[in-house]
Design a protein. Sequence first.
Length: 563
Amino acid sequence: MAEIPMLGVEELPESPHRDLVHALQELHRSAGWPGLRLISDAIRQGDFRSTLSHERLRGILQGRGGLPRWLNLEPAVRVLAAWCQPRRDPDDEARRIQACWLAAAEHANRGRGTPTSSGPAGSATPTTVAAPPVTARPAAAPRVSAPPAAATTGTAERAQPSFAPGSGATGAPRDTDRYERLVGRAAALEHRGRHGELRIELSRAGSQWDLEDVCGVVGYLRLHERADYLHALLNSAGRLRPVAEIAMLTERLTETEQARDAAIVLRAAGLRRPTDVPLALVERLRASGRRHHVRDVMVGAGEQRPVVLLAELLAMLEEHGYGDETRMALNATVHSRSPHELRELVDLLDGAGRTPQLQWLLDRIARERPAEAIAQFVHALGPAMRFHEVRTVLDIVARHATVNALITFMEALRDQGRGVSADHTLAAAGRHRSVPDLLLLMRWCDRHGREAYLRVMLDGADERGRKRFAQAAQHLRAAPRSYGIDVDGMLHRAGITGETLAAHEGPESRTLATVDRGVLANGPQMPAPGIAGEGERAADAGPVRTRTFLGPSDPGVTASPPE
């Protein structure tokens, strides 16, 4: 690997911080410029009390992102010292670099106006930063396969204090006056009703302050329970900061046990920014193994990103082979979008020929949205002449939904005047539903005067479906007192003759052995037509729930959803 270039004097002036970066650059060069990922892996696999990602290590070697915490910097120093040729003593190098770090921290404190304490003879002596003592530990052989003799020794006996409100990620005390002034200005603007200026003030802090101060003000706002200001500041950081700074900021927030705040920043980054920004952020997070942060970016894009920009992002993810990320975004889309937004996305995916993404979207809608919401989506697809997509959703619901969800769905379709779609769903249920499910459907139809549904199911069933229908009717006829159903009368009202069923009647199916006979005898608490109440949840939790799998032979489905 080549040398990591350091920032110029304009961006990193001559100071103890620049001297620290010079010392780290020299140590990296003496170790043979090993790869940053290799160093990060060695730290992660060694006996250290903290980790350091390769992105943060790159920023440290360049002088970006402010002064690092000694707790994070010391493992990198020890690993590089062990890799030097000739090998250097990790303890000696740690003491040398720590002296540079202390000088840089003290200089940073003076620059922020940290109060000083009186020394001998009444002179004002700047308060120094207490860093952990460096103590020697036996070297252990590394578990990485690259530079030999990469010893991974332990960190200091006493750990660096973790970040707390009012102290920065460097471990040095922060100047809370700046945070107090920000909150005071924001409160005054809010009191005067000048909400536009309030958003600008918080946006400037989230997008222009250095990362150390952003971490500090986040903790300050959390401590003082100003969640409204905090969300505005974090959203501006995600919307306006460069990709590298977002990656570093969210890593620091996570290290300081502020994962919720990191998620807000990442979701904002996936919201309205140009498509290449969330894609570049996903690539950085994937490379550093931060899959949970990738999910936050995709959830933000799926939930609130404009549909046209979301379709562009899905196309670029597919081009790069990011299948998992594509499904994360689509899953978030299913749970948060309106039926008309989903229909718009269906149009865009179909127009671009992205059939796997379209099939996955339809499958998730049919499986995971509430029955009434699925009916609204089907109603939105109808005027758009999306008959193939309508059939796909109806078939999946007919096969996979619970009995009560299926009933609620069909009643919602009829309330919207979509009787043809309801009949298609019933016919598919007649082909695929098990005998226990047919028993429950028959009981519901008899109680609520929907015997016509039974004829539609029987007419749409294939030979195996007719046999299951006949077995369910035979089972009900065998115990009329237990179930309280006049089977012959029910079938007569449905227009089904005894001769029609006689050809298919036979021994009871083995699936009847799996039925909770107590549930059938007492009757499941079926909801009234179109209402999914407490009875639906009771029936869903019972043993009559069946699950099957969508296959390419299902009418109206040309391909199964992507794995």
